[in-house]
Write a protein that binds this ligand. Structure first.
Ligand code: NAG
Ligand code: NAG
Ligand code: NAG
Ligand code: NAG
Ligand code: NAG
Length: 482
């Protein structure tokens, strides 16, 4: 933990890292650049001016224009424009007195398509390549704008979840033709674009949507739109649980990792007069995925519990009311943050009482339990300073007093007692469960989780139980103290 912390602070030092091009980035030559950029001209750099951020590393250039190849509007003969910079930032450097061909966006920022190079020294070869990148149909009879080959274009593409497929975007017209795929105005990531193809690998529900292929050539452009529909495979079940029978529910493809971007639901119903006993033998979700458990007897079907990640398991419990069904929802996000096997649980009918919330166990598992007000949060140092309002338990080497301000370190995400990400704000009151750990400076606690008493995820009687535990502490096994 401490070493991770050092690495993170290291990242904030003003070090200049070598320029690394995103994997799969396309290299475009001067002809294709001319096709793609709205403004292309040749000019001599009069002077350059550095801007402040990062200090002296990004600068503007003032240029005296010699020749305009391409522009949607009139441009004065001297213009100053920006975002050039040092090679380490993957930006083009231009020098005073030299003549370049510039590729610019309509707002006069330097234009970088794929591999960065927004200005080329204006040699004869470069100028010839640039001239091949535009033409006017009114003057040149061989100058033809791109026309989509709609016989081979798929306007709707259906892909089975988990499969791979591609959509081609072929065109006729003057060469070269550059095809680029967009989704909702955003460039589709390079790994999903190959030549004129949109390529979707291991499709998830998040890939569903409208994609447009923009075709550009020296004479103009054309756009075609395709709707990609991902066909989901069903998951979940409706189960009537009979007496003396044990049923197993598990995430899809268990014990293999379950798909990203998927929702599954189970509805389990006990026999008349009975409740359901669950026993989660595996619980291993990706960090931001969650499993909700809803007792149908609860008003508004508000989740009884919401579990996330892999640190906290629902364990074994009995549903809240007899004769009523329980619903379980697995919701997986797009993030690929870790390999997770999913969950597996057995379910059977029981006459036992519903399981209530019991604070004893979580109380025993932490070294420090306090009510606190958040004074300052230092996100970059992964720590919060809190004012101690009430102490329920402490077992550290240094004695903490009410009113004192202490530092609590935390992980990248602060979670609640069920492993779900929670936000704690400066000035807010919360309950903090924290522990001592090896490799951490003396007297510093690491947060196990934080409880926002106002959150709907917090069990209703949490505060009452904590107060009861304070007056009558449970017998806990001794925790290691470092
Ligand atoms: C750079 O050149 C432009 C255009 O000639 C001029 O307006 C500007 O003052 C110059 N800047 C510097 C810092 O010399
Ligand atoms: C394909 O293109 C031709 C000519 O551009 C047009 O007449 C035809 O309607 C198009 N077909 C579809 C399915 O868009
Ligand atoms: C089921 O719940 C009802 C209402 O809470 C209760 O009256 C009844 O005794 C329960 N039945 C069993 C078998 O526990
Ligand atoms: C849950 O299942 C595990 C593994 O099969 C078993 O060891 C444990 O006793 C079960 N717990 C309950 C409460 O049934
Ligand atoms: C809570 O759990 C502890 C130990 O796990 C047990 O001794 C205690 O009886 C439980 N309390 C309730 C109210 O179920």
């Amino acid at each position: 933990m401490y070493f991770i912390f050092l690495l993170i602070t290291g990242a904030f030092l003003p070090v200049v890292l070598p320029c690394s091009v995103p994997p799969g980035a396309v290299f475009y030559g001067p002809t294709q650049r001319t096709i793609l950029a709205p403004i292309v001209f040749q000019g001599r750099v009069i002077n350059t001016t550095t801007s402040d951020l990062p200090t002296g590393q990004i600068f503007d250039a003032c240029v005296e224009i010699r020749k305009i190849f391409k522009s949607p509007f009139e441009i004065p003969t001297v213009v100053c424009f920006g975002q050039f910079g040092i090679e380490e930032l993957c930006l083009t450097y231009v020098f005073e007195g030299n003549e370049y061909v510039f590729f610019l966006n309509e707002d006069f920022t330097a234009r970088y398509d794929g591999f960065p190079e927004a200005a080329y020294l204006a040699t004869q070869e470069i100028v010839a390549a640039v001239q091949a990148g535009y033409c006017q149909a009114s003057i040149d009879p061989n100058c033809e704008p791109p026309k989509l080959e709609n016989a081979t274009f798929e306007f709707v593409k259906r892909i089975q979840e988990g499969r791979s497929a591609s959509v081609h975007c072929r065109a006729m017209g003057s060469l070269p033709i550059v095809a680029t795929w967009y989704r909702g105005g955003e460039l589709v990531s390079f790994e999903k674009q190959q030549g004129n193809m949109l390529k979707i690998n291991d499709a998830t529900m998040y890939d569903t949507g409208r994609y447009s292929c923009v075709l550009k050539n020296p004479a103009g452009e054309a756009t075609a739109e395709t709707y990609v529909q991902i066909i989901s495979t069903a998951c979940g079940a409706f189960v009537a649980v009979y007496d003396d029978a044990t049923f197993t529910i598990e995430s899809p493809e268990y014990p293999w990792p379950y798909r990203r971007g998927k929702s599954c639901s189970w509805r389990l119903c006990p026999p008349q007069g009975k409740s359901l006993e669950f026993n989660f033998t595996t619980f291993d979700l990706r960090t931001f995925d969650n499993l909700e458990i809803v007792n149908e007897c609860d008003q508004h079907r508000h989740p009884w519990r919401r579990f996330c990640g892999s640190r906290v398991s629902p364990g074994s419990f009995v549903s809240r009311c007899n004769s009523t069904c329980v619903q379980i929802f697995l919701d997986s996000g797009i993030s690929r943050n870790r390999i997770a096997r999913g969950f597996q649980a057995t379910v059977k009918a029981t006459e036992k009482e519903g399981t209530g919330f019991n604070v004893s166990e979580i109380f025993c598992n932490s070294n420090l339990v306090i009510k606190a007000r958040v004074a300052v949060m230092f996100s970059s140092y992964l720590q919060v300073n809190v004012a101690v309002l009430e102490i329920f338990k402490q077992a550290g080497p240094t004695f903490i007093e009410k009113g004192q301000e202490i530092i609590i370190k935390h992980d990248f995400t602060i979670t609640d007692m069920f492993g779900c990400a929670t936000k704690i704000k400066e000035g807010a009151e919360c309950y903090i469960f924290a522990s001592l750990a090896e490799f951490i400076e003396d007297g510093l606690y690491i947060m196990d989780f934080a409880v926002d008493p106002a959150s709907t995820s917090t069990p209703v009687n949490f505060v009452q139980q904590l107060n009861r535990v304070k007056t009558d502490p449970p017998q806990c096994d001794v925790l290691p103290v470092f």
